[in-house]
Design a protein around this ligand. Structure first.
Ligand code: HEC
Length: 147
């Protein structure tokens, strides 16, 4: 009688232990699953949206690539200075004159133009008399896009 009772208690304890193990096992499995899937979801959300150019900036990009890119880069020196930030260094009217015909501006004795020309070892920039002020504005809008 007494032996039967302790046997029954032993069986009940074993069953309880198994139930507890199954519950913890399941809980552990679920927690590892959610840990591995969470970072993947974050990566998908964080992905950077592509920068959309405005129509003017697109026009400026084309003009820049066909006329200026052989000597200028936007963010680095090349044959000529980096053009990003040029609208802060120079006045708009000065930029129109310079880009349309830099040698004429230098020849006129404009101090900024003469200084710049000498700083760049008197290398010559092409003249672009065919560009309108609007087209020059578009080029400048493109070069001033933040890096
Ligand atoms: C053949 C090479 C060449 C081409 C093409 C060229 N540039 Fe230049 N650019 C230069 C050089 C070199 C200078 C530095 C001044 C100098 O030596 O004349 C310069 C200077 C400038 C400056 C003055 C920068 C400052 O710091 O003030 C501007 C603005 C400029 N260029 C814009 C343009 C634009 C816009 C185009 C295209 C429409 C263009 N350049 C095409 C060579 C070039």
């Amino acid at each position: 009688m007494f032996q039967d009772l302790s046997k029954a208690i032993g069986i009940i304890f074993t069953l309880l232990l198994m139930i507890v193990l199954v519950i913890f096992g399941t809980a552990f499995y679920v927690s590892t699953q959610s840990q591995t899937t969470a970072p993947i979801q974050e990566v998908a959300v964080v992905s950077k949206p592509a920068v959309e150019l405005t129509d003017v900036q697109k026009q400026g990009k084309e003009l820049f690539n066909t006329n200026c890119a052989s000597c200028h880069k936007r963010y680095k020196k090349a044959t000529g200075p980096a053009l990003h930030g040029v609208t802060e260094r120079r006045d708009k009217e000065w930029l129109y004159k310079w880009i349309k015909n830099s040698s004429a501006l230098i020849a006129s004795g404009d101090p900024t133009a003469v200084k710049l020309y000498n700083e760049w070892n008197q290398s010559n920039m092409n003249a672009f008399p065919q560009l309108s002020n609007e087209q020059i504005d578009a080029i400048l809008a493109y070069v001033e896009i933040p890096k």
